[in-house]
Design a protein around this ligand. Structure first.
Ligand SMILES: NC(=O)c1ccc[n+]([C@@H]2O[C@H](COP(=O)([O-])OP(=O)(O)OC[C@H]3O[C@@H](n4cnc5c(N)ncnc54)[C@H](O)[C@@H]3O)[C@@H](O)[C@H]2O)c1
Ligand SMILES: O=C(O)C(=O)C[C@@H](O)[C@H](O)[C@H](O)COP(=O)(O)O
Length: 545
């Protein structure tokens, strides 16, 4: 019988494509994946096919793809995790060299999680995994000639086990095939201590973290509201469905994207939804999205019934390194940025780095401003890492992405752990924000926060230099590093009077006294109170376009 040398089946996340590609290279043949064939034919991702046309339609497309591949593909073939559910597809596999790649539940929980591409397993993977495998295991075993366990094995070891089991002839190994490693690392856990009467919590950074949600939500909650921006409608709905499947009365509340969400009207819309759902003090809000979303989600949580628990699931760089951590929640008003809000820390923060894959580059770069801020106020290694590879720093696949994010979170966590309510130290996190927020208001909140803060930091550096506190090299370093990742350095020169007016409502102001965070050097932030207006104007001259 002609056809594939090997057909790989097994659950999602087991490593079929990693092993399949490796195996094809070892056997000197080609690799094909029927999921990719289906996506190519439908012209959209699998999650969208499920959502738009339903599972039955997807299985029919998949059956056709499997029929074509078993008839015409001579190399290594892998099938989607649920392909064996379809009886006609199972029949197509009769007599074929099918290998079932298995893994146990702990390994599955480590490997599978957040991602619209895996819509069936977004939350509580442990329980869902068991149910999924109870329904599917016997079907994998029915079609398989052999079973190869992948737990704690490298892809090379799994490929070797398949070669041995099927006694496959090895071809020329393709060059450059590396050990990709199949075992997911555990998440990094960063502690935020309770201060000012608040509870401590953890910030988790890693992959596939949504399985942590139910534990954070806890048993006392009956209802959960998932607040998400329009851009993450599919993710919000997938999470809602999963929470509903676990017995929570789960609602999804869609917010506008970006700053349009940070209004009293949107907050009122959320309050209405909570009221109509009968949300009580033991119920929980989950905010999934960028800083704008988590700021509103946290504010709604702070204000509803004078405070309910909330969990932040930041999906932008800026959200992960700054907005979701520390409990500053709030909305804008026509008079200024974040003028209404509350200190209300989350019960936990889940930073799933996979979410960054879909983030538009301008939003990614915007988050770099807050990372660079953390570098200047506290952690110079951040600056060195960015300068060593500015291009890489602009992408989620950059060599230092996780380290930059974790270092920045540590800076923020340390500060807010000792000064939740900004009675002193916390003001350093506002570096660059005095002018930054004034620019955002001037642009009617249409600018990205990070872009405005970038100019604000250059301004603060010039202010520090003119005040005789900051050396030239460090001031210049602000420009070079911000520019290197694509952030702006200048703003309209004719806007100074308006910006000055806007800055008067900055939260660091005291009476008529303007106060700025400036640097005495890297890692040495300090407060500059009531600088001479001429010095302020001169500093602004340095950032005027
Ligand atoms: N509370 C704090 O301590 C704090 C700290 C820093 C900033 N902030 C606030 O955060 C806000 C800026 O946050 P931001 O930069 O995350 O912007 P954002 O929340 O406006 O998100 C940017 C855009 O990306 C979309 N998006 C989010 N995640 C996505 C994903 N994974 N894939 C595709 N699109 C996605 C959003 O819908 C939005 O359109 C500002 O309002 C700022 O004031 C708050
Ligand atoms: O957490 C803080 O404190 C900060 O100042 C972090 C800032 O990056 C953030 O933009 C914050 O929302 C600004 O707070 P605000 O009190 O100036 O509105």
């Amino acid at each position: 019988m002609s056809g594939p040398l090997v057909v790989l089946v097994g659950p999602m996340g087991v490593g079929k494509s990693t092993v399949g590609e490796l195996l094809a290279a070892r056997l000197g043949t080609t690799y094909r994946d029927t999921d990719a064939d289906v996506v190519a034919e439908a012209g959209k991702p699998i999650a969208e096919i499920f959502y738009d046309e339903g599972e039955e339609h997807f299985r029919a497309l998949e059956r056709r793809a499997v029929a074509a591949a078993v008839a015409g593909h001579p190399g290594v073939l892998s099938l989607g995790g649920g392909a064996v559910l379809d009886g006609a597809t199972r029949e197509l596999l009769a007599g074929r060299p099918v290998v079932y790649l298995s893994m146990d539940v702990d390994e599955a929980v480590r490997r599978v999680g957040l991602g619209a591409a895996r819509p069936l397993l977004a939350v509580n993977p442990r329980r869902q995994w068991r149910e999924l495998m109870d329904a599917r295991r016997h079907l994998y075993e029915e079609v398989a000639r052999t079973v190869v366990a992948t737990d704690e094995n490298t892809p090379e070891e799994v490929a070797q086990a398949i070669i041995d089991a099927l006694q496959l002839p090895e071809g020329e190994a393709a060059p450059g095939v590396e050990n990709t490693g199949m075992t997911q690392q555990s998440p990094t856990r960063i502690q935020v201590a309770g201060s000012a009467g608040s509870d401590p919590y953890e910030v988790l950074v890693g992959h596939q973290l949504l399985g942590e949600l139910p534990q954070l939500i806890g048993d006392r909650a009956k209802r959960v509201a998932v607040l998400h921006p329009e851009a993450l409608a599919d993710t919000g709905e997938a999470v809602r469905e999963d929470l509903a499947a676990q017995g929570y009365e789960a609602i999804a509340i869609q917010l506008p994207n970006a700053e349009e969400a940070k209004t009293v009207e949107v907050a009122a819309y959320c309050w209405k939804a909570l009221g109509q759902t009968g949300f009580t003090r033991t119920d929980v809000i989950v905010g999934i999205g960028g800083g704008a979303t988590t700021d509103v989600a946290g504010f709604v949580a702070a204000s509803w019934l004078r405070g309910v628990r909330w969990i932040a699931v930041p999906t932008t760089v800026l959200g992960m390194v700054d907005a979701a951590v520390g409990g500053k929640t709030g909305i804008n008003t026509a008079e200024g940025k974040n003028l209404v809000g509350a200190f209300h820390p989350p019960a936990g923060v889940l930073c799933d780095l996979a979410a960054l894959e879909s983030l538009p580059v301008h939003d990614y770069v915007s988050g770099m401003a807050e990372i660079i801020k953390a570098g200047f106020i506290a952690d110079p290694v951040i600056l060195d890492l960015i300068e060593s590879d500015p291009e890489g720093a602009r992408t989620p696949s950059g060599p230092h992405t996780a380290e930059l994010i974790e270092r920045s979170i540590r800076v923020k966590a340390e500060v807010v752990s000792s000064d939740l309510k900004e009675s002193g130290l916390r003001e350093i996190l506002n570096y660059g924000h005095t002018l930054g927020h004034a620019i955002e208001k001037n642009e009617r909140y249409k600018w990205r926060h990070g872009a405005a803060v970038s100019i604000g930091m250059v301004f603060a550096a010039e202010l520090g230099r003119l005040a005789g506190r900051l050396d030239d090299a460090t001031a210049d370093r602000h420009r070079s590093i911000l520019e290197s990742v694509g952030l702006p350095l200048a703003y309209r020169g004719d806007q100074w009077p308006k910006l000055l007016e806007n800055m008067k409502v900055d939260k660091k102001s005291r009476g008529d006294l303007l106060r700025f965070i400036v640097l005495d050097g890297i890692g040495k932030p300090t407060v500059l109170e009531g600088p001479d207006p001429a010095v302020l104007l001169a500093a602004y001259g340095e950032v005027s376009a």
